[in-house]
Design a protein around this ligand. Sequence first.
Ligand SMILES: NC(=O)c1ccc[n+]([C@@H]2O[C@H](COP(=O)([O-])OP(=O)(O)OC[C@H]3O[C@@H](n4cnc5c(N)ncnc54)[C@H](OP(=O)(O)O)[C@@H]3O)[C@@H](O)[C@H]2O)c1
Length: 440
Amino acid sequence: MLVVAAVPKPGEPVPDVAARSAALLIGTARQLIGQPGARLWGITAGVRESTDEAHLAGSAMWGLGRVLAGEQDDLWCGTIDLPGEGLPGADLAAVLLDVLRSDVREDVVAIRDGAAFASRLRRAESPATGDPVSCRPDGTYLITGGLGRLGLEVAAWLAGRGARRLILAGRQGLPPRSAWADPADPETRRRIDGVRALEARGMTVRVIGLDVADAGAAARELSPDATGLPPIAGVVHAAGVLEDRLATDVDEKSLRTVLRPKADGAWVLHRLFPPGSFDFMVLFSSCGQLLGLPGQATYGAANTFLDALAAHRPDTTSLGLTSWRGYGMAVNEATDRWLRSQGVTDISAAGAFSAWDRAARTGTGYVAVLRTVPLTEGQERGPLLRDLATGPETDGNRPSGGSFTGLSREELGNRVLRWCAPRSPMRCGSPPPPWTSAGP
Ligand SMILES: NC(=O)c1ccc[n+]([C@@H]2O[C@H](COP(=O)([O-])OP(=O)(O)OC[C@H]3O[C@@H](n4cnc5c(N)ncnc54)[C@H](OP(=O)(O)O)[C@@H]3O)[C@@H](O)[C@H]2O)c1
């Protein structure tokens, strides 16, 4: 068994520590491949609550570890999240050692208050008493990845919720309007048509060419002086790239490529718009890492960073989306097959928006948005989703109290409790996500 943890260097930016931690986990996993029965634990601190910015540094390991575990038959990988504050005491060390000595096969184990917790998804059941998503007619709404497949759908949906001014940001932007009649390729045609459709609804649309991970450019391009629009009242961060490959084939460049738009980009937005700057921020994450979707190690790492940021910020929600039926980067037969093997399938665009609305109405910081389907004979869901098949969890929040010492390895594994619900119905909900929402 090997245990790895990345120690931040003084002044190192949080997304850089996240990338370094992920690289360390991958590098260590590579060493262990081919050693039957090998076990690898990543150690993080405070990611579950992410109360402090520094806690986000370990978050990428969560998604990466889950995918690693899904890809490798002879290597098991999980993450232990230690409390974020305070010096580790004897109690903590005892529980940590017990978990390490056990055969537990949970993707993430959080040690809190002298007990070990594993996470479970459960159906969203909290009462939706708040307001649905609404936009102010005098505000401006920024969508990163706004010209992407989902970005343009989001733009149209926000228009239906009262938005009158939109900024759509992506690296490529659009050619000058004089060239719109005869675009160079079908992708540009699609983007132009999307913008025209919004304008036909009376929307003011600014398209800006922006790499959202470039802090200087973002500060320049998104200022009201540069946009000529009222201040930004809400942000949807939907920028992302996929570069699927097995975790053991991931190199520094591919890791950085996938982390850049999501983790670095979200960090830039977080710093540019501190909590309280606007009404809401919604991060487009994915549920792929929850299912250990092979090939998506880097994508999983990037998305768990988003989930942790949503736990950190009181005004932010991360949507852990399954594939949108027929849309965008997730249109992929292999992905569909894997989802089915876990008893999960895609959602409609309407289902995704309804889950977003529900998250807004319940004030939830994280929602896994997926649809469950019956498993075929012989198939089994991973631990995280197992309770979905058997109904809602009833006693998952109860700490055990008693000591872990003197138990057999199997008993130790069984003593790991389950955490299902956020400690309050609001944003301190813990990544990995406690809720699932079933779309139509
Ligand atoms: N499609 C799905 O079913 C699905 C499921 C789960 C989660 N998601 C998430 O939803 C988001 C949108 O997905 P999609 O399917 O619409 O993908 P998409 O069509 O590929 O759109 C992603 C957009 O992000 C932009 N982008 C990439 N890197 C950027 C950067 N550094 N700065 C600014 N913009 C950047 C790209 O535009 P440029 O190339 O011009 O920069 C692209 O238009 C992604 O974050 C994805 O992870 C999608």
